[in-house]
Design a protein around this ligand. Structure first.
Ligand code: 5RP
Ligand code: CA
Length: 237
């Protein structure tokens, strides 16, 4: 329990934690920051120490209120309409295997966005701004305030949004859901910037052992998916 409390305290202060999913899923560790307070320096750390893809996980209630779909659902619809329902079209090589990922049932990817006050959208300043603004709009949507996503964001852009599964960790146990239940337990906005840690020498996923050591050297709590799920089940009861 001490590890979970330490991680919750870090998140409440806007500090990062490390989340490893499990040995029998991706076997990857993500660096995780609360979206609402992320800075350009934090973004630099995500891309230089993490090195994977920088995404923002959001709560399913907020995704519904903001009108943010799963990308696999968008592609399914596109696939059925793009040829007027008249059989195969030139995009079938992509669309006929929609959602075919080797480590889970369904990808959590939604759309890619830039905040409208960004320029190209890729710089540390621009991505940090987009992520903070995503945190703000998720907060407003969770509080029941009216929101118009398109007024504030463009798509496509340079930050991937991930939709957590409706049943959170009882349905899916990716870093998308694990980071959102950590936000819920910490009492912060359920909008989390995440990025996989890659091994800079081999290009493979950073090993669990090396991720734990990175956490120790940088004072970042390291959590496994199973302990987050246990803590969340206790929290809900
Ligand atoms: C986006 C990903 C990452 O694996 C990320 O950790 C979120 O995905 P998941 O919830 O499937 O673990 O695919 O970079
Ligand atoms: Ca992952």
């Amino acid at each position: 329990m001490y590890r979970i409390e330490r991680a919750k305290n870090a998140l409440k202060e806007g500090k990062p934690i490390l989340i490893y999913d499990s040995d029998n899923r991706e076997g990857e560790t993500d660096i995780v920051y609360p979206a609402t307070t992320i800075t350009p320096a934090d973004l630099f750390r995500l891309r230089s120490d993490g090195g994977g893809l920088i995404c923002v996980a959001i709560h399913p209630d907020s995704a519904d209120r903001l009108g943010l779909p799963f990308m696999v659902d968008v592609l399914q619809v596109y696939s059925s309409y793009s040829n007027g329902g008249r059989g195969k079209n030139k995009f079938d090589t992509v669309t006929e295997k929609i959602g075919d990922i080797p480590y889970d049932r369904k990808s959590s990817f939604s759309i890619w966005v830039n905040h409208r006050e960004t320029f190209t959208g890729i710089t540390d300043n621009d991505r940090a701004l987009t992520i903070r603004k995503l945190g703000e709009i998720v907060k407003r949507s969770m509080n029941g305030n009216g929101v118009n996503f398109g007024d504030e964001f463009r798509s496509p852009g340079h930050v991937a949004i991930l939709r957590a599964a409706r049943g959170l960790v009882s349905e899916r146990v990716g870093q998308t859901e694990l980071s959102i239940v950590m936000a819920i337990m910490a009492g912060i906005t359920p909008s989390m910037a995440i990025c996989e840690m890659l091994d800079h020498r081999t290009g493979k996923a950073l090993s669990k052992k090396d991720a734990i050591e990175y956490g120790r050297l940088n004072d970042m709590p390291f959590l496994e998916g199973s302990e987050i799920i246990d803590a969340y089940n206790r929290f809900k009861d």
